[in-house]
Write a protein that binds this ligand. Structure first.
Ligand code: AR6
Length: 181
């Protein structure tokens, strides 16, 4: 089967692992509005990829002030196996309209990858760690958004990987994805 003949569902991959090791065109970072990569997957990305990622992020903040919730920006990936890091800001659980904001963060990350003509992208479970978004709802929003995007755009993106770090989160993603069949 050629990649373009794959359905949106078939272009989505659920796996367990460390996203810094993913060999895709771009990995997504679960960032904050100041792009201060001090904890969680953000810190892991800077540790593995190099402090140049933090420096390039600081340059972006100097230019634009902050990255609002639901938006995304892109940097190089330096020593990571991927080519780019897309930094998106998910909602902090409790601030209101979290599902819509998380949908927007994922959609804008995919759109940025599309603008860069990228073929593959990997996401962590954005907002479901330090930002406290429930993991089961995170699985639904992320998978639904990816499928909606792949179905509604003629896009360069051929593969969307959800790379989950722990068994519990992986379990929610796997369960939601299987139930779509
Ligand atoms: N690979 C894949 N997933 C990972 C990895 C990894 N190497 N490390 C952690 N995770 P979090 P948030 C998972 O807290 O909730 C940071 O300080 C983790 O288990 O990284 O959006 C930022 O700078 C969880 O499932 O992101 C922000 O201030 C998921 O990644 C804030 O945390 C997201 O957890 C963002 O909080």
């Amino acid at each position: 089967m050629t990649n373009s003949s794959k359905t949106a569902f078939e272009k989505v991959i659920i796996k367990k692992g460390d996203i810094t090791k993913e060999n895709v065109d771009a990995i997504v970072n679960a960032a904050n509005s100041h792009l201060k990569h001090g904890g969680g997957v953000a810190l892991a990305i800077v540790k593995a990829g190099g402090n140049e990622i933090q420096k390039e992020s600081d340059e972006i903040i100097k230019k634009i002030g902050m990255v609002p919730t639901g938006h995304a920006v892109i940097t190089n990936a330096y020593r990571l196996p991927c080519k780019f890091v897309i930094h998106t800001v998910g909602p902090i659980y409790g601030e209101g309209n979290e599902d819509e904001k998380l949908h927007k963060a994922i959609f804008n990350s995919l759109y940025l990858a599309h603008l860069y003509n990228l073929k593959s992208i990997a996401f962590p479970a954005v907002s479901s760690g330090i930002f406290g978004f429930p993991k089961d709802r995170c699985a639904k929003v992320l998978i639904d958004t990816a499928i909606e995007f792949l179905e509604s755009f003629q896009t360069s993106i051929e593969k969307v990987v959800f790379c989950l770090f722990d068994d519990e989160t992986y379990g929610y993603f796997e369960e939601y994805y299987k139930n779509l069949l």
